[in-house]
Design a protein around this ligand. Structure first.
Ligand SMILES: CC(C)(COP(=O)(O)OP(=O)(O)OC[C@H]1O[C@@H](n2cnc3c(N)ncnc32)[C@H](O)[C@@H]1OP(=O)(O)O)[C@@H](O)C(=O)NCCC(=O)NCCS
Length: 429
């Protein structure tokens, strides 16, 4: 039977080239998949310019046979999928290039026919063949991606912070905070983020869109967002080492609320002093933040930690090991020792039995000779979950997702895979 569908993979070509129409229809299809309001041409042009900077690869699946009369044309993809490659901080400042999967949509009338499976398996296979050891995504639903070998590796939560009279932070300022024109973030945001990224396991280098959205240069409808405000933190020498981007939620939101768009601080003092600034904004009694870290220094610095009302703790980064040997060898480990890991992978990309030998924190990884008894048996998704040190192998063993053959091996793995601070991914993609 002829294939009902045709797959096209393309990169965003320079403005005005024939492929621009293809890419433009693709962007609009993604918007439709995520229930966005209609994306106008100016919006699409700006998005495509950012895609070019990130060198995104766009995948679209198109109907090969004539489409039904009056329905969306054959140039509108029925499924979309995009990838870009950015560095992931895998602990102790080490970086590993990672295939980021995003913009996954399948039109309702074409769902459950294997289109996602087709795009995903082809793409992961190609990434591995190109030498990329890791893939990652963020998920709209928790039940979709485990089957493709992705495991939850970092978490985040939403918080509402009461900035009324009981909001007091135990910290004597060492730097200062000033308000700035929001557009300075177009130049400053990436540099500040880069410092934070290097210090934060689980952090992914941000895509081009970030500096445009946090500065308000690219609002929800693609135009300037004048509601965005910006505060900069300066260290004692006057260097900018943190910023907050935020907006007032409006006079109808009670209590009056400041909504954080982005808070990036390269040092502990910068973080706390930006919070001191946010807590002191007049005519507001609350700060809300949708992407707050789970392990938050703010909670420990507040005189009353119950100022923080936390909700919706959720999975954030899902990690997929594509090449177990390469990924393990790239990590620095927190404890020396030997661990034999039997990894199962239904997609046949990263399965095998690996001897992980760590000495002085550095790893040597070899495939185990046939007949070697493993210390732990686990799926590739579980390996993705423990890889950044954010999920305990002991808990996964208790849940039945890791099988412990050698007593104590899960705890040994927990010590070895630990990283220098709780992993946290500040980048949504
Ligand atoms: C989620 C979505 C991409 C799935 O696409 P699809 O083409 O229908 O998926 P497939 O037919 O390839 O199914 C692949 C597998 O995933 C399963 N699956 C698909 N969607 C699922 C869901 N929402 N929940 C649980 N399982 C799901 C299928 O049952 C199938 O399982 P199997 O291959 O093990 O039998 C599609 O429903 C969609 O566009 N949703 C809205 C946008 C969205 O949520 N995107 C994800 C952003 S992270």
């Amino acid at each position: 039977m002829p294939d009902r569908y045709e797959v096209k993979r393309f990169r965003t070509a320079p403005d005005g080239s024939p492929d621009t129409a293809l890419a433009s229809a693709w962007v609009k299809a993604v918007g439709s998949g995520f229930h966005d309001s209609n994306r106008n041409d100016t919006f699409v042009d700006k998005i495509l310019a950012m895609y070019r900077t990130d060198d995104r690869e766009l995948t679209g699946i198109y109907q090969a046979a004539p489409v039904a009369p009056h329905s969306l044309g054959p140039d509108v993809p029925v499924a979309t999928f995009a990838t870009l490659r950015k560095d992931l901080n895998i602990g102790y400042g080490r970086q590993l290039e990672t295939q980021l999967v995003t913009a996954v949509t399948v039109r309702g009338t074409h769902r459950r026919q294997g289109l996602l499976r087709r795009m995903m398996t082809e793409d992961l296979g190609a990434a591995k063949a190109a030498g990329v050891a890791l893939a990652a995504l963020t998920a709209s639903e928790g039940s979709i991606y485990g089957r493709f070998g992705f495991g939850v590796a970092t978490f985040e939560r939403s918080i509402k912070v009461d900035t009324g009279p009981r909001f007091r932070i135990r910290h004597a300022a060492t730097g200062s905070v000033e308000m700035a024109d929001r557009r300075v973030l177009l130049d400053l945001a990436a540099g500040v983020f880069d410092r934070v990224h290097r210090l934060t396991p689980g952090s992914i280098v941000r895509q081009e869109a970030y500096r445009h959205t946090v500065s308000g240069a690219f609002g929800r409808d693609g135009s300037e967002d004048d509601a965005i405000r910006c505060a900069l933190h300066y260290d004692a020498s006057g260097r900018v080492d943190g910023y907050a981007s935020y907006r007032f939620a409006g006079w109808d939101a009670k209590p009056y609320t400041i909504e954080l768009v982005d808070l990036v601080a390269a040092t502990g003092p910068a973080y706390l002093e930006l919070w001191q600034f946010l807590g002191a904004i007049d005519l507001s009694e609350r700060v809300s933040w949708e992407s707050a870290p789970v392990d938050d220094p703010l909670a420990w610095a507040l005189e009353d930690p119950r100022c923080i009302e936390s909700a919706d703790q959720r999975d954030m980064l899902w990690l997929r090991i594509l090449d177990a040997g390469q990924a393990l060898a790239a990590r620095r480990f927190s404890a020396d020792g030997t661990l034999v890991l039997e990894v199962a992978d239904t997609l046949g990309l990263a399965g095998g039995t690996y001897v992980l030998n760590v000495s002085g924190g550095d790893a040597r990884v070899v495939e185990a000779p046939p007949g070697t008894v493993p210390d732990l048996s686990l799926g590739v998704a579980e390996l993705g979950s423990i890889y950044l040190g954010g999920v305990s192998p002991v808990i996964l063993a208790e849940s039945g997702r890791i099988l412990e053959h050698t007593p104590g091996a899960a705890f040994r793995a927990a010590l070895m895979f630990a990283v220098e601070r709780p992993p946290h991914c500040l980048t949504h993609f």
